[in-house]
Each structure stands twice: as structure tokens, then as C-alpha cells.
Design a binder for this molecule. Structure first.
Ligand code: HAM
Length: 423
């Protein structure tokens, strides 16, 4: 137990963490170019936020939340997603008083008590964006386009953008009635959860994970068939804007998304070949959510992209990410005095901006050189007592094993020249 992490969680180790840093930095850069600003909300929120925000009859709320009473008897939930918290922060901090729309992004861990498998974890990470304050169809296309841009910069293949409209509350009412009528005589065959959902929220049956529910809903009426003229026009315009920026998409009338807040545009970016969890990114409009959370009626739209699934895809498609820097130099030392001098030299060089590794175990010179090789450094400085007394050190070229003597005061200049020229 003490040496085992909780089921569905991962350690991100050195070697792997550099990939995360690269993906996060790229996300920040792309967001900057599109004018999105980072927001960091708490890891936990009042449970009520998700009950209201995500919806009481969703899988997330019914089965997957990490909820507990804190010591002050407050009902708390580890955030299962980032949209409701971002809406809460938008309202609490009166971000609506600033020029609109508000364009935000976040990167961080989310928690769902899901059944773990490849690409599905209990703690996972999302990069997400949210736009509040515009219902313009170009915003829908920009949000979808930003996700595609990000994924394309990583060189991913086999991506498919699926879009649909789930309509406005009026369309939803109409669709709900037709779904209830459609499932009426199949009620007994639905899974237990869906049987209970039929009257309250039959839309959820369409994205139930049970194979039987999926089979039963195969010919169910689509949201598109219940869309009112206004919603159809919005959907049409979103498509025109997507075409304008060269995004290929598939209209998938079966795409309904698993969270209750969606209105109008819903979309997912799927990738073939990473197994069952093929949705890399999911999102859509939620024009009623801000009002539902206590704000003035304000349109909203966003997406979230699963970082673990993204890394799985990158591995699967054998896309390598740029390597992070190896140390510029290793410092080896022989003897106690030299160890002390190497300690100071390492710190001085680090303060000058070099990446410096050294021996910390008083190993033999041979063992230190082995360590330097493991770090793949080009040069090692060797500090021996004799050379030090004369203010000198040995500089060893690791590839050719040649050594030259240089004075300590020259090291910085030398490194700057050599490393700049990448010699
Ligand atoms: P979601 O579809 O629940 O949407 O999650 C978005 C993405 O997070 C998924 O496509 C997937 O890549 C990743 N993801 C979800 N659950 C897991 C899991 N258990 N393990 C690993 N990855 C997972 C949302 O969360 C919405 N808040 C998206 C959104 C933002 N809609 C509008 N704005």
C-alpha cells in the first residue's frame, strides 16, 4: 500500500515530464497567439457547482465524482472538469465587467471515478479553453480551429473533427419528447441507470457506455432533426466559418456529449488507433450555463483536451517531441579541496546560466567520467588539487577524450564560445 499509488493515477517521471512541459508550453503559446489568458481555479469546489453545472443525471455526477464532507461539514468535490469552475470564477470575480468576450484557458488535473483503462484514468489532465460573451458562429469555429491548430503543430495524423448541434432549450424539449416516445417500448431493456433517466433526461441514453443501450439507441431521433430554424442557421454558419479556415469536419448526428450544459454546437476530435478512448478533445457551446450558475444570460463555448490521451497518441504515431537540454557541462573533482572548489564553480556557472552537473558522492575519477557520459555532456571539467593550486582545471572533450588545461577565469568564455557554436 505504502509503495503503490491509488488506482487510476500516474506518476509522471523525469524523462516523461519533459514531454508534458513541451505540450503545456505549446498550449500556452498557441493560446497567447489567439488571445486567451490563463486561469487557475481550485482543485476542489463546492459539490453543488457540479450538480448544477454538469447536470444531476450525467455519468459524471451520478457515478464519477470524488465528493466528501470536509472537517467543516461542507460538501466538497475534486473537480471532474474545468468548465463549471471557470464559469464560477468568471462570475465571482466579475470578469464580465471587462471588455467582452472573455477568453480563458487552463491546464491541470481533473478527477473522475471512472473505470481505469488505457487512456482513461481517475486523475487525468486537461488543457481547456472557454469563451464567455459571444454567440457569434466565428467563435465556434475559432474554438474548434484552435484545438486543430494545436494538434496539427504536433504533427498528428488521422484526426477527425466531428460536429453536431444539440440545439437550444426549445429544440431540446422537442427532442426529449421524441426520445421518450422512441424508447417507451424499449424501457425494460435499457440499463438500470438509463431506465431511471428516461423520463428525466433521455438524451443521456444516447451516450451511455452500455453496449445494449448503444444498440437500442441506434435509430433514435437525432438532435439535428429537432433543431429549430434559428439553431439550424447557427449550425450552418459554423460550418461556413470552419470551411473558411480549411477545417475538414464530419457532421455526426449521434454526437451528444456527456455533460448536460451543451446547447447548439457540440464537437469532438477523434483519433484512430489509440483504442476505445479515441476522443482526444471534446467541447461545445453552453449558452445557458452561466445563467444557471447565477449570472446574467451569457453565451459560452469551449473545449477540453485530454493530455494523457494526447501523449498516448503521440507515442502511438511515433511522433517525437524536441528533447529537453542535457547539461552543458559536468564537473568532476579529485580530493576534498577540489570537491569544495567544484561545488563553488558549479554554482557560479549555474548563476551565469549554464546547466551544470557534478559529482555528489566522492566517487573515483573513472566513475565520475562514467556519470558524465551518462549525462551525455560534451565537456567535463576535472578539478585536481595540483591544477587548482595554479588556478587551472582540465577540460575534457568527452567525444575524443582529449584534455587541455585552461585557467578557471577562462571557463565561462570558453563554454560560451563552444556551446554557442555547438562544437
Ligand atoms: P469531456 O468530454 O468530459 O469534456 O472531457 C474532455 C476530454 O478530457 C476528453 O476528450 C478526454 O480526452 C479527456 N478525458 C475525460 N475523461 C478522462 C479520463 N477519465 N481519463 C483521461 N482523459 C479523460 C469536458 O470535460 C468539458 N468540460 C469540455 C468542455 C469545455 N466543454 C466546453 N468547454
Amino acid at each position: 500500500m505504502l509503495t503503490t499509488r491509488p488506482r487510476g493515477t500516474n506518476d509522471i517521471l523525469p524523462g516523461e515530464v519533459e514531454k508534458w512541459q513541451y505540450l503545456e508550453e505549446l498550449a500556452r503559446n498557441v493560446c497567447k497567439q489567439y488571445g486567451y489568458h490563463e486561469i487557475r481555479t481550485p482543485i476542489f469546489e463546492h459539490t453543488e457547482l457540479f450538480l448544477r453545472g454538469v447536470g444531476e443525471t450525467t455519468d459524471i455526477v451520478e457515478k464519477e465524482m470524488y465528493s466528501f464532507l470536509d472537517r467543516g461539514e461542507r460538501n466538497i468535490t475534486l473537480r471532474p472538469e474545468g468548465t463549471a469552475p471557470t464559469v464560477r470564477a468568471f462570475l465571482e470575480n466579475k470578469l464580465y465587467a471587462q471588455p467582452q468576450p472573455t477568453k480563458l484557458f487552463y491546464i491541470g488535473p481533473m478527477f473522475r471515478y471512472d473505470r481505469p483503462q488505457a487512456g482513461r484514468y481517475r486523475q487525468f489532465h486537461q488543457f481547456g479553453i472557454e469563451v464567455f460573451g459571444s454567440n457569434h458562429p466565428s467563435v465556434d469555429a475559432e474554438v474548434i480551429g484552435l484545438a486543430c491548430d494545436y494538434l496539427e503543430r504536433l504533427g498528428l495524423d488521422n484526426l477527425e473533427v466531428h460536429i453536431n448541434t444539440v440545439g437550444c432549450p426549445e429544440c431540446r424539449k422537442k427532442h426529449k419528447e421524441s426520445l421518450i416516445a422512441f424508447f417507451e417500448d424499449k424501457k425494460d431493456q435499457l440499463c438500470e441507470t438509463c431506465g431511471g433517466r428516461l423520463e428525466k433526461n433521455p438524451l443521456r441514453i444516447l451516450d451511455c457506455k452500455s453496449p445494449l443501450c448503444q444498440e437500442l439507441s441506434e435509430n433514435a431521433p437525432t438532435t439535428l432533426s429537432s433543431a429549430c430554424p434559428e439553431c439550424q442557421i447557427h449550425f450552418q454558419q459554423v460550418q461556413e466559418y470552419l470551411t473558411e479556415i480549411g477545417i475538414k469536419y464530419t457532421i455526426n448526428p449521434r454526437l451528444v456529449r456527456g455533460l448536460d450544459y451543451y446547447t447548439n454546437t457540440a464537437f469532438e476530435i477523434l483519433v484512430q488507433g489509440i483504442g476505445a478512448q479515441s476522443a482526444l478533445c471534446g467541447g461545445g457551446r453552453y449558452n445557458g450555463l452561466i445563467e444557471q450558475c447565477g449570472g446574467k444570460p451569457t453565451p459560452g463555448i469551449g473545449f477540453a483536451l485530454g493530455m494523457e490521451r494526447l501523449l498516448l497518441t503521440l507515442n502511438q504515431q511515433e511522433k517525437s517531441l524536441p528533447e529537453s537540454g542535457t547539461p552543458d557541462i559536468f564537473i568532476a573533482s579529485i580530493g576534498a579541496e577540489a570537491q569544495k572548489a567544484s561545488f563553488k564553480l558549479a554554482i557560479d556557472l549555474r548563476k551565469k546560466g549554464f546547466i551544470v552537473e557534478k559529482d555528489y558522492l566522492d566517487k573515483s575519477l573513472k566513475a565520475q567520467l562514467k556519470t558524465a557520459d551518462r549525462f551525455q555532456v560534451k565537456y567535463t571539467l576535472i578539478l585536481g588539487e595540483e591544477e587548482l593550486a595554479g588556478g587551472k582545471v582540465l577540460l575534457r572533450d568527452m567525444a575524443g577524450s582529449e584534455q587541455i588545461e585552461i585557467s578557471i577565469s577562462e571557463i565561462e568564455d570558453f563554454l560560451e564560445r563552444r556551446l554557442q557554436k555547438n562544437e
